[in-house]
Design a protein around this ligand. Structure first.
Ligand code: FE2
Length: 281
């Protein structure tokens, strides 16, 4: 990804920071009203899909196959995914996230995902013709919001050449206490370690590309007040801890890849031909 020569939104220093560090934190990018609207829409989707709570986790027969299929078929749908833990402290629902195509299927999410200045920012960091491949509304529930172990996003959205970039938006304040992102500055220069793909025998497999593990130290917290955009290079190692606080940490992430890059049929995330990939326009 070479930065564009004619910048539309970012300053040269911001582009340079992203190129050097693999992430960029832009506070106050999205209005509080827009964040609240998306949070309300997410709550509505959950209310509409309450019957999915059982399908998503509680199946007693063929649990693994059921949850695998639920996940693998979600690339062109809006589905709920549940936390493993129950919440003894509140009556709040235990949805872990909504995924993975709200940005194309739900008008409110579609508009949020394409609001100014996201297209200009994508242009400024050197993306040529990005398509919005995946969306996730992540709840990180109070007390039970699970940890996400260190990973590189290109593991899950592999292209040749590599082109994945994450647009992660804090819908509520993300702090060290409630499970904000941690990232490794400069870690985007690390080679991609693993590919998460469909297994020929069914289900999924994590395939090693490099024997050495990702670095374990040097990560910095990316605290993000509501309305902050965090850009994440697809090779950047990052993680988030469990939320043991009583404060929710809702976030919305859209991942883009270059339209011109090869997107293998073995990638876990697939969508049917009837749902065309769209860019920011
Ligand atoms: Fe990630």
């Amino acid at each position: 990804m070479a930065p564009s020569s004619s910048l539309r939104f970012l300053s040269p220093a911001q582009v340079n920071f992203f190129q050097e560090n693999g992430f960029l934190v832009l506070e106050k990018l999205i209005s509080a009203e827009a964040c609240d609207r998306l949070s309300r829409r997410a709550a509505e989707l959950i209310a509409q899909k309450k019957d999915e709570f059982d399908k998503a986790v509680f199946s007693t027969r063929d649990q693994e196959k059921t949850s695998n299929d639920w996940f693998l078929e979600s690339g062109d749908k809006i589905r709920l995914f549940m936390e493993e833990e129950k919440n003894p402290n509140t009556t709040r629902h235990r949805v872990n996230k909504i995924g993975h195509a709200m940005h194309d299927l739900d008008p409110e999410f579609a508009a949020f995902s394409r609001q100014a200045p996201l297209a200009d920012i994508a242009h400024d960091i050197g993306l040529q013709d990005p398509v919005l491949m995946q969306s996730m509304y992540i709840f990180k529930q109070p007390f039970i919001g699970g940890e996400v172990r260190v990973h590189q996003d290109s593991t899950f959205l592999f292209t040749e050449p590599l082109s994945c970039v994450g647009f992660w938006i804090a819908i509520q304040d993300a702090t060290v206490e409630n499970g904000c992102l941690f990232a490794l500055p400069g870690g985007q220069k690390e080679p991609l370690r693993e590919r998460f793909q469909r297994d020929e025998k069914g289900g999924t497999a994590l395939v090693k590309l490099e024997a050495s593990p990702l670095p374990e130290t040097g990560y910095v917290p990316l605290e993000a007040p509501r309305g902050t955009l965090v850009l994440l290079h697809g090779n950047l190692p990052h993680f988030s801890e469990a939320n043991r606080s009583g404060v929710p940490r809702e976030a919305y992430a859209v991942h883009v890849v270059e339209r011109s890059a090869d997107y293998p049929a073995s990638n876990w995330l697939q969508r049917g031909n009837e749902l065309a990939l769209r860019g920011f326009a």
